[in-house]
Write a protein that binds this ligand. Sequence first.
Ligand code: KG4
Ligand code: ZN
Length: 341
Amino acid sequence: MEKKKDIIILGIESSCDETSVAVLKNGREVLANVISSQIDIHKLYGGVVPEIASRNHVVNIDGVLTEALSEAKVTMDDIDAIAVTYGAGLLGALIVGVNFAKALSYKYNKPLIAVNHIEGHISANYIEHKDLKPPFACLIVSGGHTALCKMESYTSRKLIGTTTDDAIGEAFDKVARECGLEYPGGPNVQKQALLGKKSINFIVKPHEKLKDYNFSYSGLKTAVINYMHNKKQKGEEISIPDVCCSFQEEAVHQVVYKSIEACKNFGLKTLVLAGGVSANARLRELASEEGKKAGITVLYPPLRLCTDNAAMIASAGYFAFIEGKNIASNLTLAPSSVVQL
Ligand code: KG4
Ligand code: ZN
C-alpha cells in the first residue's frame, strides 16, 4: 500500500508579545517551534505595550522564519499550507503576522489558513496527547479568555460557559500588579502562593450556587484590591504570599468546579485545559484531583505549549486544512482584535 503523504504546515503567531514560527508534520509532530519572546522589553512597562509589540514583531519575524525552516530541515517548497493567527489579539501585533503570512502565501503559492488563536490553544493538546480525539470538554484559561466548551469535532465546538466580566489571566495579572509583582503576573503569583497559606477569605464561592457555567472574576479581583487598600490605609502588615495563595485558591476552584460539573452533566469523560493559565501548577493539581474523584481524565499541554506559540496554530491549521475549512485569501485576509470562540 502506498504511504499517505505527510502534510507539513507552517504556523505563524504574533497576536501579543511572542513572535513565533513553527513547522508541524501531520498536525501533531513538531519539527520546529521557534519563539522570540518580548517579555523582557514589556517588563519595563509592567505590561504589554501594543505599539512596541508590533514593532518588535516586524524586526523579528523574518529571522524567526529562517530559524524555524532551518531547524525543521525544510524549505518553503516542502510546506503544504501556511496557518496564521488572525485574531483575537492586539490589532497592531496581528497585522504583522497576517501580512507576513499573506506575502509568503502569495510568493510561494501556498494555501493560507486563518486560525482563531483560541482554537490554537486547544490544539496544543493534540500535539502532546497523540490519541486525543473529540468529543471532550475544554477549559480555555488565558489572559483574554475564560471559556468552557464541548469539542464536537476537530473544527467545531459548542460554547458551554464564558466569563461575564474579566478573564482569569487578567485577574492574575491585576492581582500581581497590586502586590507589586513583575509582569507577567500569573507565574509570579504562583511562586508567591507556594510560600503562603490560604488565610484570607476573599469570597464565599458564590459560583457553587449558580446554575449556569459562566464565570466571573471581577468580584474576586476587587476583593483582593479592597483588602490591600484597607490594610495599607490602616498601616497593617500584608503577607503577599498569603494574598496570592488565597486568591489563587479561589480563582482555580471556580474554573475546576464548573468544568467538572459540566463534564458530569454533558456526559464527557475527558477534560482538557488550554491557554496561558493552564500552566498554573495549582490549577493542574486541583483539576486532576477533582477529575479523579469524578472518573474524568484531565489533560493539559506541557508548559512550553501553554503560552503563545506557533506550533499550536499550525496544529489548528492542519485540522482545518484537511477538512477544507478556513481557507483565506492571501490578498484580503484581515486581522481582527475580537474573534468569537
Ligand atoms: O495564553 P496566553 O499566553 O496569552 C493569551 O492568549 O492571553 O496567556 C497569558 C496569561 C497571562 O495572564 C499570564 O499571567 C497567565 O497566562 N499565566 C499564568 C501562568 N503562566 C501564565 N497564570 C497563572 N499561573 C501561571 N503559572
Ligand atoms: Zn494565547
